[in-house]
Design a protein around this ligand. Structure first.
Ligand SMILES: Nc1ncnc2c1ncn2[C@@H]1O[C@H](COP(=O)(O)OP(=O)(O)OP(=O)(O)O)[C@@H](O)[C@H]1O
Length: 591
């Protein structure tokens, strides 16, 4: 990072005055004034669709404002294209990846055409600890590592202003910590960072100042010392923090790190919207709503299991390019009415498991059954018809068709229900169904006819979730990072929807790199490590967090026969009474 220059240092790094931007009839931003000082990390916060990415695009030169002006280190700045921003010393990491998947990491970096590339790569690795495997093919990297490549690409340019649009959504805890440390380092050396995030823990750990947007306007801002979380939340979502599920504190980063490798991480702000799920009584006095931990018996209300599990994975092995197993004899059962989480550092087989479940990757051996149906080799379409909802890891790439309308994306996979007289689709009926889904899921779209690509990232995620939750029948929902990119209010709503799906009898499998989310949502959690799954850990157990943390680091353990037996038998015991596997070593997967 080059230090901010000389005589310009007293001017703010970035001054945005009265900026406005519309897309057709949508006023994405109006009268936006923001000042980002040199030497600071400035957080931009706000609910999904508030205008945060649009603001970044205006500064980054990929969009032009309708009104207003920009100044960069005191000089007028009016980029017409991204190259202008790069030339002015601004680098940006977007929500969506801009890597060529068929090329290696090194080949992608060479596309930047930067002088002294090797020196720059070494410097970024040394200074920020961001090391890359230059020979790895991008298509084979988990999304967290792809994001790391994007961040390194930005840093290789040695920018004086770095714009980060939700960079941590796809990072694992260690990656998040490294990035936040990078932001601080840049600011401490006189540069400036604009950080867009929904995670209040990150704001508290890395930010100096903030601007809050809602409905395209600035609704608050200033030094973060004056903006504790209980003031930020209502500014962001228009309702008080205590209206949110107390179990969400960790998920949105209000307590602890909001991540699993909580070990060694700094605490977040000393304010919580409620209590950790394991102890709902410990709210900070602001919560008006308390959520009891889910129990294994409560969703379906049945003490004994009738029929097959919603999802059964048996002996699943998938080999990588060099024939080593990336999934190694994996077994897992998800009973109807239960929510099972898969925790783990990214790159331990979760992506491959989701690809097998979604039907985009065939296993080398093993089977997947959905209720009574063997779907191991079924096409994605057949899986949908059989009642398997899948929210893929990379929703933008795999979960939606950006050029199609919101209506088409919401109803993909069940268009047959809207056929009239053979080939013709009943468009008015589709539109009505889509409108109902938009309202029910609070999806902010101009109209059901809007192209998916015109929705904000968080609203795209809500569309994918709404579509998969609407499957009828929904035997099992397999969701990877279901709340990635969602604002705190939307996270609350999605958790409620997932719980409702389970209460109505669906099995739910949630893959998440956020342990807080899994603890808030799931009856039990298994841990992915080097392509294998641990024995289940009951989330209600007081030691669950610590135990899962150990398993994520690869702690060896043997199966806890009691938990295993209880889980297999679909015990009627509430989850918090199911013995934890903590004291017992673990496992290979359930047989
Ligand atoms: N290319 C576009 N065409 C039409 N409308 C757009 C376009 N890009 C953004 N919008 C609209 O502008 C508004 C602001 O979107 P933006 O992506 O900036 O929100 P955001 O705050 O970044 O949301 P998120 O947190 O979900 O990423 C939304 O209503 C969105 O639908």
């Amino acid at each position: 990072m080059s230090a901010s220059p000389d005589r310009e240092t007293r001017a703010p790094a970035l001054e945005i005055r009265d900026l406005g931007k519309s897309f057709g009839s949508v006023r994405a931003l109006r009268d936006i004034t923001v000042v980002v000082e040199s030497g600071t990390v400035h957080c931009v916060l706000g609910e999904n669709g508030a205008g945060k990415s649009t603001l970044c695009h205006l500064v980054g030169g990929s969009l032009a404002p309708d009104t207003g002006t920009l100044r960069l280190y005191g000089q007028p700045y009016a980029p017409r294209r991204p190259a202008d921003a790069l030339g002015a010393g601004i680098a940006m990491v977007h929500q969506h990846f801009s890597l060529v998947p068929t090329l290696t990491v090194g080949e992608n970096l060479r596309l930047l055409r930067l002088p002294d590339l090797a020196r720059r790569v070494d410097r970024v690795a040394d200074e920020y600890g961001l090391v890359l495997d230059l020979g790895a093919r991008v298509a084979e990297l988990p999304v967290g590592l792809r994001q790391r490549v994007e961040i390194v690409k930005a840093l290789l340019r040695e920018p004086r202003l770095l714009l980060l649009d939700e960079p941590t959504g796809v990072l694992d805890p260690a990656g998040t910590e490294a990035l936040l440390a990078t932001c601080r380092l840049i600011a401490d050396r006189g540069g400036a960072v604009v950080l867009i995030t929904h995670k209040l823990g990150e704001v508290a750990r890395a930010g100096d100042t903030a601007t809050v947007l809602r409905g395209g306007r600035v609704v608050g801002g200033g030094p973060l010392a004056d903006l504790p979380a209980e003031r930020l939340v209502p500014l962001m979502i228009g309702r008080p923090a205590d209206s949110l599920d107390p179990a969400l504190s960790g998920t949105i980063g209000l307590t602890g790190t909001g991540t699993d490798a909580d070990a060694g991480a700094e605490p977040g702000p000393d304010v919580a919207i409620g209590s950790p799920v394991a102890d709902p009584a410990l709210d900070c006095g602001t919560a008006t709503r308390t959520t009891a931990p889910r129990t294994a018996a409560s969703p379906s209300g049945t003490a004994t299991r009738q029929g097959p599990p919603a999802l059964r994975i048996h002996g699943l092995t998938v080999r990588g390019a060099d024939a080593t197993p990336v999934l190694d004899d994996v077994a897992l059962e998800v009973e109807p009415g239960h929510i099972v989480g898969i925790a783990g550092v990214e790159g331990n087989g979760q992506s491959e498991l989701m690809a097998v479940l979604g039907g985009s990757r065939a296993p080398d051996s093993g089977s997947v059954t959905l209720g009574p149906a063997d779907i191991t080799r079924a096409t994605p379409r057949r899986r949908t018809a059989a009642g398997l909802g899948v929210v893929p890891e990379d929703r933008h790439h795999d979960g939606c068709v950006p050029d199609l309308s919101v209506t088409d994306n919401l109803l993909l996979g069940r268009l047959g229900q809207f056929r009239r007289g053979g080939l013709f689709l009943d468009r008015p009926a589709m539109r009505r169904a889509a409108q109902d889904m938009l309202s029910a899921h609070d999806i902010r779209a101009d109209s059901p006819d809007t192209p998916m690509s015109a929705l904000s990232g968080g609203n795209q995620q809500k569309v994918v979730l709404a579509r998969e939750l609407a499957l009828n029948p929904l035997v099992c929902l397999a969701a990877a990072q279901p709340t990635r990119g969602l604002d705190v209010g939307a996270v609350d709503a999605v958790h409620t929807r997932i719980r409702e799906a389970a209460e109505q009898g669906a099995g739910v499998l949630v893959v998440s790199s956020e342990l807080d989310e899994l603890l808030a949502l799931c009856d039990r959690v298994v841990v992915a490590y080097r392509g294998r799954l641990s024995a289940p850990v009951a989330t209600g157990a007081p030691t669950a967090r610590e135990h899962i943390g150990h398993l994520m680091l690869g702690a060896e353990a043997a199966p806890d026969p009691v938990t295993t037996e209880l889980v297999r038998a679909d015990s009627a015991l509430p989850a918090h009474e199911v013995p934890s596997a903590h004291d017992s070593p673990i496992t290979p997967p359930l047989p």
